[in-house]
Design a protein around this ligand. Sequence first.
Ligand code: PXG
Length: 457
Amino acid sequence: MAYKNFSTEQLRAADHAHHIHPFTDHQELHEVGVRVVTGADGNYIFDSEGNRILDGMAGLWCVNVGYGRDELADVACEQMKELAYYNTFFKTTHPAVALLSKRLAELAPANINQVFYGASGSESNDTAIRTVRHFWALQGKPEKHIIISRNDAYHGSTIAATSMGGMSAMHGQLGPMLPGFKHVMAPYAYELAEDGESDEDFGLRAAKAVEDAILEAGAENVAAFVGEPIQGAGGVKIPPASYWPEIQRICKKYDVLLMIDEVITGFGRTGEWFACESMGIEPDTITVAKAITSGYQPLSAVLVGDRMAQVLAKGGEYYHGYTYSGHPVCCAVAMANLDILEREGLIERVKKDTGPYLVQRLREVLGDHPLTGEIRGFGLLAAIEIVKDPATKERFEPAGHAAGLVRDHSIANGLMMRAVGETMILSPPLTWTRDTIDEAAQIAKTAFDLAQGELTA
Ligand code: PXG
């Protein structure tokens, strides 16, 4: 590649001078220096200084089939030569989008058979918001527009997705929030359960917060409840088993639609194609992105349930769409990516083997570590709470420092791990095996020990 002729320093200088990074404190970035990632293969990424790092985050929760799949590159190349782009607006379609839609309808829960495409999770959540409101308006209920969400939810970075999300730091930089969103407590037992409260009771209480919000707003004004089956960027917060069935019951009772955001959990991360199956959720919409192409192309979608689709189909023109809705190259790559997930049995392996083994191994290696407050996991998603005192759950000060240390030591020792506040996160490619998990757990242990040494020095 042409950029192979540039030195790390030249690339850093160009980046420093001209690149605004997402979710980044640039002053801090330039003090530390940016890592130049130059390649990746299988479960590893490589940087310009010759480091080989095991990717515990699948890029950004997306590279489910791992890196370096020639098959996906070949499909993209073939599709670009055949039909690089055409729109789907004006009574046209193309083979890749038609066949991917059929495939997604087959994989999705039985009540879901229609697909609307975008190019990012944020975009598709905007689509989902507009579509549930349009659905109610078409039925003469435009006032039924409020969407109830949770604190710490991440649904994207557009103005609508930020307003719907529950990240207070993001709200702080938004200016006026869009109206029509209400937020309730997250189902985060580790911090929010009361002394002696069982997991089951806590799950029911967290669901009751949704019912209270519906009643406060008036059910006639509430369009939908939205949630990630497991809150990802919010810290891999896994709700108790009692939570989702109760949410389902409440939504049915008040005729409130259920919007499920599977941007992280979709396509095998929880050991099923969709977490809705893992958790017994019957959604009206599912937003997907990321692993639909394993990150090889930007593609997202809203999977729309029959109840809504039937009303939309008779509703005249819906004034909504993106230039790249159903982009042929992205759809072709998605199809080939789904083939890989299926052919290699990766989702089955998460459910039966690597998912349970990941949390088991982390508990064996780090369960008794003085920094460990809790280790939890579901499929190939795992979280470790970092605490000063496991008995009292007291955290280190300042917030984020201890987890940041663990992360930095982990990366320096060859494992890409993420810190969300005081929580360490793993969300690896589904291609990880037991051996890869052993390797990751060992590096994590080294990182915990080094951080512990510094924190108690
Ligand atoms: N929903 C969920 C559940 C997500 O995790 C989005 C929507 C938005 O997708 P796009 O493609 O617009 O980014 C996401 C994205 C992090 C991090 O820090 C997580 C995401 C994005 C950026 C950073 O963990 N998730």
